[in-house]
Design a protein around this ligand. Structure first.
Ligand SMILES: *Cc1c(COP(=O)(O)O)cnc(C)c1O
Length: 401
């Protein structure tokens, strides 16, 4: 007999046994359907965060679970010493949509960034056999929590307790080309940045900046590494945001929505950046048949069901509705920005309090930085869901004044 657990007993058990690195919201999520989540008490929530931009297809999207279950019944894991069909298929699909030529699968975003850093260091080492190469990263960026990814994350607060970082990382200001140019010297091998900063506060790169950085890389034989872990996989209305910026990177990192809930990331490289050779890099789980079957199905659904069209249509609608919200609440909303289904409103009060209030009203949001509310819903959200969200947002913005 299955025992019905109370919410409190689950929260207590989690707080007693999990390492306390999150201040969690007081809800135990139990199941999902469409773009709604349900907690253990049966309370329904409209999902505007998609498990941090992961659940692009929402919950139980037709055909997705079946594809994953079919792979569970066949084979979960092989290690990378053998071939498996889902990984071969998924890699080809990534190459096709990204314009890159080779893929390495990882288990997370941070590992994809680690791989990209190794690609860059290897690129420099291949050139001159030296060990003093520099990588330029951006302030207010986010690339992950492992030591390498953290080293290129421009956030002193995240880095400080864990110093020293890996060496030879220089920080420039995002969307300020001169600040990047000023750091380039004959030791520089790569520039890493998000095409569209997510955690840092919903800041897309400007076309002028992105194209300037691309040219800087071309002129100085540097690799351009674009982190599209959050903004990629269709979130801004094209498969990758760099496609709107009119540039092609040498390395792109992908994760979050790639497996729509199955843990899979990747970095993809151009021929020029395919610097790693046998023995240089590896992973036990990365690219296993289960997660790659999920990724394959995600790409198939995106194509068959025109997910990008939906992002463009509903994203534009969300933009207009949030402009109205910003106009109605000029006293708390100081800015609204973003693109597609990656938008944010900046408040002059704490966003954390607003997010907590939204939860009470059955809406799941997420903050970015201290005072920005981020809207990163499943990419299958419809206008009617935006219409359902807006009055709740109006109410919480009125309440937090
Ligand atoms: C989430 C994120 C990461 C880290 O991904 P994990 O899967 O949490 O390791 C890296 N870069 C960006 C831009 C992200 O949004």
């Amino acid at each position: 007999m299955t025992e019905l657990r109370s919410e409190k007993s689950i929260i207590d058990q989690a707080e007693e046994n999990l390492l306390h690195v999150y201040n969690r919201y007081q809800a135990v999520l139990d199941h999902g359907e469409g773009v709604y989540l349900y907690d253990v008490n049966g309370k329904k929530y409209l999902d505007f965060y998609a498990g941090i931009a992961v659940s692009a297809l929402g919950y139980h999207y037709p055909g997705f679970d079946e594809a994953v279950k079919a792979q569970v019944d066949k084979l979960l894991h092989t290690s990378n010493y053998y071939y498996n069909e889902p990984a071969a298929e998924a890699a080809e699909k990534i190459c096709k949509v990204s314009g890159m030529t080779r893929v390495f699968f990882t288990n997370s975003g941070t590992e994809a960034v680690e791989g990209a850093i190794k690609i860059a260091r290897r690129y420099g080492f291949n050139k001159d056999g030296q060990h003093d190469h520099e990588i330029i990263a951006m302030r207010h960026s986010f690339h992950g929590r492992s030591m390498g990814a953290l080293s290129v994350t421009g956030n002193d607060h995240y880095q400080e307790p864990f110093l020293p970082m890996i060496g030879n990382i220089r920080f420039a200001d995002f969307n300020d080309l001169d600040s990047v140019k000023a750091l380039v010297n004959d030791r520089t091998v790569a520039i890493i940045m998000e095409s569209f900063q997510g955690e840092g506060g919903i800041y897309p790169a400007t076309k002028e900046f992105a194209q300037g950085v691309r040219k800087l890389c071309d002129d100085n034989d540097l690799l351009l590494i674009l982190d599209e872990i959050q903004c990629g996989m269709g979130r801004t209305g094209t498969m990758f945001y760099y496609q709107q910026l009119g540039i092609q990177p040498d390395v792109v990192t992908i994760a979050k929505a790639l497996g729509c809930g199955l843990p899979v990331g990747a970095f993809a490289v151009s021929d020029r950046a395919a610097t790693l050779v046998p023995g240089d890099h590896g992973t036990t789980y990365g690219g296993n048949p289960l997660v790659c079957a999920a990724a394959c199905k995600v790409f198939d659904i995106f194509e068959q069901d025109h997910i990008l069209e939906n992002v463009n249509e509903v994203g534009a609608y969300l933009y207009d509705r949030l402009e109205e919200v910003a106009a109605r609440h000029k006293d708390v909303v100081i800015d609204h920005r973003g693109k597609g289904l990656m938008q944010g409103i900046e408040l002059n009060v704490s966003a954390g309090a607003a997010v907590a209030k939204a939860l009470d009203h059955g809406l799941i949001l997420i903050s970015a930085g201290a005072n920005i509310i981020r809207f990163i819903p499943p990419l299958v959200i419809k206008k009617e869901h935006v219409d359902e969200m807006i009055p709740i947002l109006d109410q919480i913005l009125t309440e937090i004044k």
